[in-house]
Design a protein around this ligand. Structure first.
Ligand SMILES: Cc1ncc(COP(=O)(O)O)c(C=O)c1O
Length: 376
């Protein structure tokens, strides 16, 4: 590729790394033969693997992470306010509002970009019914501090772990920290089912309610509707892709981390460019590689870099931008639970560079060179 060529060969910011088509076809042949094309053997196996990866007693698959989040909050039978970061993808807040709950947006940390446990602590009131941290770009939140807030206040944690499958915290895999953790298996994720979501939990009752909720809310007799759920079942086709992708979790994540290290090395020392801090013990899934561009030190600001890279055929993503509390649909949907200054600053500077598992190291070198040239 010629990063300066522009037009033609656009380098996408994300690309799914899909399993071999032959393996998928073989699984589909079995599903076709059995006539069970949704919630069958492939889904059961994907759930078994997810529970094993996450180290939880249960995993329940969904058609998306958004449906998993909506139904997880519903399964908790909550009412009141939910504390969540504004520096996240809008689906975190969507799930809150869809449940008739009020989002209370709090700030993120300036270096890790994950939710500030201090801000969470300060925002807790009698109305708080849940805390929703987010794995930002794949990095786990500060689980020790959040668990302490939850333990002291009795407020449960439902985690938006959409970007975090394959991440770990103090050697323990993502999935078992929140009361429920919800992962995405969409095409932009490291482990993908093309589309899909997964909720992990150690609570058998919640897992059983989630299974009913994803199937309209049907009772065990298959006739009565016990809950007002959703139609959010995963198909066998998606599960087959997910199973083959999930079987490679550690290899995919390791490769992502290698590619991110390559980016860091090649972008080191550019004035005004900094990276997400990965504190010891908090291992990212490597979902996104994001740089911060500080306009007071760099040769141009984030938006100008974004435009110039685009003109050279390099797609990047201002991410997360705008922060959720500034998005049209959410401006009036909730309230700020303190200052959102860090969120505003980080959101104005952050830029996700192209990253996908099967990416060539040479491509990273060329992208990094272009960034360096544009910022010199
Ligand atoms: C932080 C976060 N939450 C939720 C979602 C929603 O996931 P899905 O597309 O599987 O519904 C995403 C998807 O990108 C995400 O990044």
């Amino acid at each position: 590729m010629n990063a300066d060529a522009g037009g033609g060969n656009i380098i996408p910011v994300v690309r799914p790394t899909l399993p071999e088509l032959d393996g998928v076809a073989e699984a589909l042949r079995r599903a076709w033969k059995s006539g069970i094309v949704t919630c069958g053997a492939e889904v059961a196996e994907l759930e078994r693997m997810a529970a094993e990866e996450a180290g939880t007693d249960h995993a329940v698959a969904f058609s998306s992470c958004t449906s998993a989040l909506i139904l997880s909050l519903q399964a908790m039978k909550l009412s009141g306010e939910v504390i969540l970061p504004s520096f996240t993808f809008a689906a975190t807040a969507l799930a809150v509002v869809r449940n008739g709950l009020t989002p209370v947006f709090v700030d993120c940390e300036p270096d890790t970009f994950t939710v500030s446990p201090d801000a969470v602590k300060k925002a807790i009131t009698k109305k708080t019914c849940a805390i929703m941290p987010v794995y930002v770009f794949g990095l786990p939140p500060d689980w020790d501090a959040l668990a302490e807030v939850s333990r002291r206040t009795g407020v449960p944690i439902i985690s938006d772990s959409a970007q975090g499958f394959g991440a770990s915290y103090r050697g323990k895999p993502a999935g078992g920290f929140g009361r429920i953790e919800c992962f995405s298996l969409s095409p932009t994720k490291v482990v993908t089912a093309i589309e899909g979501g997964m909720a992990t939990t150690d609570d058998a009752e919640i897992a059983s309610v989630l299974r009913r909720l994803r199937d309209y809310g049907k009772a065990a007799d298959g006739e009565d509707m016990e809950h007002i759920g959703l139609s959010a079942r995963p198909s066998e086709m998606h599960a087959a892709v997910g199973r083959l992708s999930m079987a490679r979790t550690s290899e995919l994540v390791a490769r992502r981390r290698e590619l991110m290290a390559e980016y860091r090395e090649r972008l080191a020392g550019i004035p005004g460019v900094s990276f997400q801090t990965m504190p010891p013990g908090r291992e990212t899934s490597g979902n996104y590689f994001v740089i911060l561009v500080d306009p007071s030190k760099a040769a141009r600001d984030r938006d100008s870099l974004y435009k110039e890279l685009k003109a050279r055929g390099i797609q990047t993503k201002r991410y997360f931008y705008p922060p959720v509390h500034r998005q049209t649909a959410y401006r009036a949907a909730g309230r700020a639970g303190g200052t959102l200054e860090v969120t505003e600053t980080v959101s104005a500077k952050s830029l996700a560079l192209p990253l996908y598992t099967h990416m060539d190291v040479q491509l990273i070198a060329e992208i990094a060179d272009t960034v360096r040239r544009l910022l010199s």
